[in-house]
Design a protein around this ligand. Structure first.
Ligand code: CTP
Length: 409
């Protein structure tokens, strides 16, 4: 959790500050807002107060605030100051060192890092005065994002739009550095999607896995700084940013790819691996008088092989898709397969291909049931848990007090 002081400038893009606050809160950060006089004409302090769950500061002359917390403390208590939208006027006053309202006064009175996301009319952005101010501010150490290009509220087109809130959040996380990338230096393996088991050159056995949860997990883990190898069965999904993807078809291909990818610090086995394969016919099976019998052979259990093998990652996480008795089955599966954690989900509803998931994290120390949430949120939460757990394992290992057991919760 970091403390972010958000200064909202007076422009039409001020409404996007609402989404920015929401995203930052979702990332677990505390957000305190300061609005310029102009900003309060576009969004109300009440809106920002509700979203940030904190008081919103608007004026230098509120004696009660000064008694409670002076403007100096306001900026010094923050890990980062973010200005969004940073208007041409606000940038100009900052560049000149003017302190004529709460926002500019606290900007002058702080050495906390500052990130500014500009938004203004395209001609204002292009104006020589703004160019000068931007150059001055960058030279002063302010991180100033480039505005987006596109249609503007004033009807003109060009650079000047506020960068999208998600892009501002990504820039904030990069600036906050360190703790925002708690998986930096870790190697993590993720399997995802279904497998296809060929019957003949044109037919196969498959399952309903969309790969979405696994891909979201690979993306969330990479976003926390890990080097991620994603071994994907046949799916139609884009590769998440920063992820190395290996495409496979069958369970055997997946098992081989997993072996080749080792060693890893953690493995998250999300793939819905086919339990059986068919002895593949070399040519297309022709329709005859009687339907052909499919003789099934059991596939290798990739998770169990990895968890019990010599190159076992320090943290092995399996998934359990169940339609009944979810928790007892997941507990049993955790022990049987030698996984540290099982993420159990009830797939009797609309999980396959859907947006949301309800999961239970089953570890040696018990069960944690997470509320229903989007698959991306499950991924993010799991990625953070993995980061924390690897840190704990490091601490335990370096203190040398406890010997590591594979099933450590
Ligand atoms: N798994 C695997 N290799 C297999 C089968 C499953 O690695 N051949 C992994 C999955 O990626 C998942 C976990 O094992 O992490 C659980 O898979 P699941 O299909 O629920 O379990 P099964 O082994 O099929 O057990 P059951 O049929 O009793 O549900």
């Amino acid at each position: 959790m970091k403390r972010i002081l958000l200064i909202v400038g007076g422009g039409i893009a001020a409404y996007k500050a609402c989404e920015l606050i929401r995203l930052l809160r979702k990332q677990g950060h505390a957000v305190r807002c300061v609005m310029t006089e102009g900003a309060s004409h576009f969004v109300t302090p009440m809106t920002l107060a509700a979203l940030s769950e904190d008081k919103v500061y608007t004026t230098l002359w509120d004696l009660k605030d000064e008694a409670e917390m002076g403007h100096i403390q306001l900026s010094r208590q923050a890990d980062l100051i973010v200005i969004a939208p940073a208007t041409a006027d606000l940038l100009a006053r900052m560049a000149a060192g003017i302190a004529d309202d709460l926002a500019t006064t606290l900007l002058l009175a702080t050495d906390t890092p500052v990130l500014a996301a500009p938004a203004m009319n395209v001609r204002m952005w292009d104006h020589a005065a703004t160019r000068r101010n931007v150059a001055t501010l960058r030279a002063d150490g302010v991180t100033l994002l480039d505005p987006d290009e596109g249609a503007m509220a004033c009807g003109e087109y060009g650079p000047g739009r506020l960068p999208e809130p998600v892009a501002i959040v990504a820039a904030i996380e990069r600036l906050l550095g360190g703790q925002a990338r708690p998986l930096a230096g870790r190697r993590v393996l993720v399997t995802a999607g279904p497998t296809h088991e060929a019957i003949d050159p044109v037919r196969y056995i498959a399952n309903r896995s969309s790969g979405r949860q696994g891909f979201a997990i690979a993306g969330a883990i990479a976003a926390l700084g890990a080097e991620v190898t994603l071994i994907a069965g046949p799916v139609t999904l884009a590769t998440p940013a920063g992820v190395t993807r290996v495409d496979v078809e069958s369970a055997q291909d997946m098992a081989d790819a997993v072996t080749r990818a080792l060693p890893m610090d953690a493995a998250i086995m999300v793939a819905a691996v086919a339990d059986w394969r068919v002895a593949k016919a070399p040519h297309k099976v022709k329709k005859g008088d009687t339907p052909p019998a499919l003789v099934l052979t059991e596939n290798v259990d990739i998770l169990a092989t990895l968890a019990k093998g010599p190159d076992r990652p320090r943290l092995v996480v399996g998934f359990a898709a169940e339609t009944q008795d979810v928790l007892p089955h997941a507990q049993a599966k955790r022990v049987r397969k030698g996984a540290d954690w099982i993420v159990a989900n009830d797939v009797s509803g609309d999980v396959f291909g859907g947006d949301a998931n309800t999961v239970h994290l089953v570890t040696a120390s018990g069960v944690e049931s997470w509320q229903r949430m989007p698959k991306e949120a499950v991924a993010d939460r799991l990625a953070r848990r993995i980061a924390e757990h690897l840190d704990v394992l490091d601490t335990v290992q370096s203190s040398g007090r406890v010997s590591l057991r594979p099933d450590q919760g």
